[in-house]
Design a binder for this molecule. Structure first.
Ligand code: PMP
Length: 416
């Protein structure tokens, strides 16, 4: 496997090498390596055809590449069967699929859906809508002041009416890592199913869905060095095979008549219409790219970078890093006294430094923290210490007390 050398890795990413951009927004979306860009254009130049339909050679070729991509994802998260891998547009669509299909199967009035105060809106709103449709109740695991989930409150919330625990593995706003292994076990003990939002986790941790024993796992390709518009829903075979379809159309049916239709088994039952074929192939290439690096080395490197960033950012006067969770990965959330995060984002942008500011699709979390927003610097494989130094230096310059330029300007009139 390749050695982690961010400066060299950077050369794989054309958008970063062809500009002076200091990109610290990888939690929103990662940049794409040349290998992924090449896979997309190669597909359109050489293999483009619709899948699972025609008898012709090109269609067979595209179908094969598309299904191989599914198997690549299966290996990536160690799913037992490739039919447990469903292509979606992204994490958001996957959660909506589960809310509709599993919701129809298993959630009725009086049932409880458990989420946490840390969730991205994508893991809040679909459950709120389901609760409204079904009469189920949405319950929320609170966080403590350090940003970690209140696990005692979690245990107290679990009960035989809990049908589903829908939880993020890593918070997109705080970077905190939830102890999902034990939480999955505890939820299963009361008979609940568990959905894990892996959007912020997959680019950092190795994922083994069988070891986790979660019922659903979701992620987006674009946060994993892959294309936008493609994502994955993993579901346990036994569950998927009894879940009803959520969108109807071509590809997902066995037979159609005007009286009734019958449906394909998973995964096709959940993939109505022409899928994002190039996206799936691009995602498989991104996984190959990510896994060309040693996992342990990658994690160590990221942790070192994070520690360095934390250390350096603490030198900025008035800067407060949010919360202090037991484990953090991939990003640092902060606020600066007397400087609104919107202004901060705009000022840094003028220097070609890209960070995320605002509520990061986690309004309830910010409410809990008593903030109307925050700033977030987030990191990828290509992030270097120099990126962090540049951010810190810019912040120091921005916040430096207005030194009267007169003092060192010899042309200005001397003061008495
Ligand atoms: N969950 C988390 C934790 C996220 O960070 C994001 C993306 N910001 C999403 C869900 C939604 O992902 P997407 O927009 O790719 O569907």
């Amino acid at each position: 496997s390749r050695v982690i050398d961010s400066a060299r890795i950077r050369a794989d990413f054309p958008l970063l090498t062809d500009s002076d951009l200091c990109y610290l927004d990888s939690a929103a979306t990662t940049q794409k390596p040349q290998a992924v860009i090449d896979a997309l254009s190669r597909y359109y130049q050489q293999d483009n055809a619709n899948v699972h339909r025609a008898a012709h050679r090109l269609s067979r070729q595209a179908t094969e590449a598309f299904e191989q991509a599914r198997e690549r994802v299966q290996r990536f998260i160690n799913a037992a069967h490739s039919s447990e891998i469903i292509w979606t547009r992204g994490t958001t669509e996957g959660i909506n699929l589960v809310a509709h299909s599993f919701g129809q199967l298993a959630i009725a009035a009086g049932d409880e859906i458990l989420i946490s105060e840390l969730e991205h809106h994508a893991n809040i709103v679909p459950w709120q809508l389901l609760a409204q449709r079904s009469g189920a109740k949405l319950r929320v695991i609170p966080i403590r002041d350090d940003g970690d989930l209140d696990l005692e409150a979690f245990e107290a919330l679990l009960n035989p009416r809990t049908r589903l625990l829908a939880l993020t593995q890593v918070s997109n706003a705080l970077g905190s890592v939830n102890p999902i292994e034990t939480m999955i076990e505890q939820a299963h003990r009361v008979g609940a199913k568990v959905l894990i939002d892996g959007a912020q986790a997959v680019s950092h941790f190795p994922i083994d869905v069988q070891a986790l024993d979660c019922d659903f796992y979701l992620f987006s390709g674009h946060k994993l060095y892959g294309p936008t518009g493609i994502g994955v829903l993993y579901g346990k075979q036994a569950l998927l095979s009894v879940m009803p379809p959520w969108q109807g159309g071509g590809e997902m049916i066995e037979r159609v008549s005007f009286e009734a239709s019958s449906f394909q088994p998973p995964p096709f039952r959940f993939e109505a219409g022409t899928p994002n074929i190039a996206g799936a192939i691009g995602l498989a290439t991104a996984i190959d790219y990510l896994e060309s690096f040693d996992r342990r080395q990658r994690l160590r490197h990221e942790q070192q970078l994070l520690n360095y960033a934390e250390q350096q950012l603490k030198l900025v006067p008035g800067l407060q890093i949010l919360c202090n969770p037991g484990q953090r990965i991939g990003l640092i959330p902060f606020v600066i006294e007397g400087l609104h995060n919107f202004d901060l984002g705009a000022l840094l942008d003028q220097q070609d430094i890209a960070i995320r500011t605002g509520h990061h699709c986690a309004m309830p979390l910010h409410q809990r923290l008593g903030l109307d927003g925050s700033a977030r610097a987030s990191f990828g494989l290509y992030t270097t210490k120099q990126d962090i130094d540049r951010l810190v230096q810019s912040l120091l310059n921005l916040l430096a007390p207005e030194t009267s330029s007169d003092d060192c300007d010899s042309t200005s009139p001397q003061r008495p």
